[in-house]
Design a protein around this ligand. Sequence first.
Ligand code: SF4
Length: 190
Amino acid sequence: MKLRLHAFEAASRANGPGVRAVLWTQGCSLGCVGCFNPETHDGGGGEELDVEALVGRVRRLAGGIAGVTVSGGEPLQQARPVMEFLRRVRAETGLSALLFTGFTWDEVARMPEAAGIAGCVDVLIAGRFEAARRRATGLCGSANKEVRFFSARYGPADLAGVPVAEAWIEAGGEVRVSGIDPPALRDRRA
Ligand code: SF4
């Protein structure tokens, strides 16, 4: 089964509690005004990878990370491969899993492909980004976001402690930023 991927990061601290591998899926048609990741919207962009290969990457990292985070793009517009990935990560590594989606919890609950989500995801952060209600803390981009804890692994204090942004400086000098509030880094540099 194939999943269209925008990016993969092996060690992030700003996408959930602890050090986490992060998958950003490619493709989103939800159209939130003010989205920070417009480069992830094109459903024909990114690269197609086997779920098996992605699970393998996570298996190799498993001793050094607390869990995986799946973000986007809109992960649940690829619900079958994303759920397959999450089920296998849970079964084969026991790592924690955090999933961001722009769909509301009510919409997710009606998706047949997302059945069983509570069995392989510890934290779901659901809902469109609403710029007028921008919050950018505790992994919630805006105040309308709904956080569902499906296990006892994490609670609100764990999310509140996640850094709002992080940056990587590549060998060629390119700077990549991530997190719920990357502009915070630009503000700090200014
Ligand atoms: S769901 Fe996420 S990726 Fe899609 S437009 Fe909204 S904020 Fe952007």
